[in-house]
Design a protein around this ligand. Structure first.
Ligand code: GLY
Ligand code: MN
Ligand code: MN
Length: 422
């Protein structure tokens, strides 16, 4: 990261050191290169905690916070390494560049710790989780920019999509648009799923053919300084929604917009999830897929046949980011199994990503069909098994008033069709 960010990292280190003062020395180990095979490594991405505290992107480093003194330990570089890897900053340069009090070599770690006891890993984990959950203005600036670049890449994909292309051609377009803007890492491998593939939640193959009349779901985001964007859009490959696509899309969009409008401090994330399930249950009732009382459909799992994932998760240095440490752990207040249960606070960044899918593995499961035969119109659902799925995902910042939506990619039906037009 650039020089002017280094005071941002220094301020965060001071907060961490202060809250753990008297409990020992803070020792944080950076990420190490992971070998793929002989002489080849996987692309290196710094550990999120280390990025959070230092902004240092090089592998093999350590950070030691000993009272007020900050020591960064960097790998000792020999002449051979310089031949193969090129220039790396020497300790004097690194001290200035990374705004620390002292730079030592990683092989001097014992000396840096001076035989003193370190804060326990569990205490350090909890402190970092607690701090990382609430984003500072500096972090939000990075997340906003990651979203702007990723959003522009989504818009480029909408414009370029057409029947006959392969999914990986759009993946290439998305990924290169982010790279060209200087965002060298994606936050996660891009999911580009056409037609029935869009009902595969963690679709990875990205090699299907785009066909006129089908939907394309793209879930993709880049990161800046380690901070992720996580955006999903679903749009018609030929640029015009069909009637049934429009119907289902409207249900998902309504659920998403209502949940964004309700996201504010004090709200429990699991309650928002249940709200999204209710909207989707109502919508699927009006479309003839479900019958019965809405609460029952939410509680007995019928809605989950069409919406089998979470509404929201924390977003930050990890795409599924830390949830805020021990003091924020809450029991699930709802009657449905939900993993992410947190009371929202100003400075949390979360996703909002409801979806509706027609997943053969769920809808054809004999046990599910037996259990839900009174509330699901399986004949109708079967006729949608060629539909795929729809997810709409934005990234929002919890604020004292209305939430700030970081994602500006078209999502209203008319806006999506306009963005698809060339
Ligand atoms: N892209 C992963 C997720 O939406 O959670
Ligand atoms: Mn997500
Ligand atoms: Mn996503």
């Amino acid at each position: 990261m650039y020089n002017h960010w280094m005071s941002h990292y220094r301020a965060l280190r001071r907060i961490l050191a202060k809250r753990l003062s008297g409990q020992g020395v803070v020792h944080l180990q950076g990420g190490k290169p992971v070998p793929r095979n002989f002489d080849v490594e996987y692309p290196f991405r710094q550990s999120s905690d280390f990025l959070y505290m230092t902004g240092v992107e090089e592998p093999g480093c350590h950070l030691v916070l000993d009272g007020a003194r900050e020591t960064l330990l960097v790998p000792r570089i020999d002449a051979h390494h310089r031949v193969w890897e090129g220039h790396v900053p020497n300790p004097a340069q690194a001290k200035k560049l990374f705004n620390v009090d002292r730079v030592m070599y990683a092989d001097e770690l014992k000396k840096a710790l001076r035989g003193r006891r370190c804060v326990t890993p569990a205490k350090l984990r909890d402190a970092l989780d607690d701090m990382r959950a609430v984003k500072t203005d500096g972090e939000l600036e990075l997340m906003r920019r990651a979203n702007v670049v990723s959003g522009a890449a989504h818009a480029a994909v909408m414009k370029a999509a057409k029947p006959g292309l392969r999914e990986y051609e759009l993946q290439a377009l998305f990924d290169s648009a982010c790279l060209k803007a200087g965002l060298k890492h994606l936050a996660y491998p891009s999911i580009v799923a056409a037609g029935v593939n869009s009902a595969v939640l963690h679709y990875r193959k990205n090699d299907g053919r785009l066909q006129s009349g089908d939907l394309l779901l793209i879930d993709a985001g880049a990161e800046l300084g380690g901070y992720a964007a996580d955006i999903t859009r679903t749009f018609p490959i030929n640029g015009q929604f069909t009637r049934r696509q429009r119907d289902v899309y409207s249900v998902v969009l309504e659920a998403q917009k209502q949940c964004i409008a309700r996201a504010r401090p004090g709200v429990i994330s699991a309650d928002l999830h249940v709200h999204s399930m209710r909207i989707i249950a109502e919508g699927l009732k009006s479309l003839g897929f479900l019958t019965g009382e809405t609460d029952g459909l939410v509680e007995n799992g019928a809605v989950r046949l069409f919406y089998p994932h979470g509404l929201t998760h924390m977003l930050g240095l990890d795409v599924h980011d830390v949830t805020g440490g021990k003091r924020r752990v809450l029991p699930n207040p709802t009657k449905v199994p939900i993993r992410f249960v947190a009371k929202l606070e100003p400075g949390f960044v979360i996703t909002m990503e409801p979806g509706v899918y027609f997943i053969e593995a769920l809808l054809k499961d004999p046990a599910q069909r037996r259990k839900h035969r009174g509330s699901v119109n399986f004949a109708k659902a079967d006729s949608f098994l060629d539909f795929g799925g729809i997810r709409i995902e934005d990234d929002i910042v919890i604020r004292d008033g209305a939430a700030e939506n970081l994602t500006r990619v078209p999502k209203e039906i008319e806006a999506v069709e306009a963005a698809c037009a060339r």
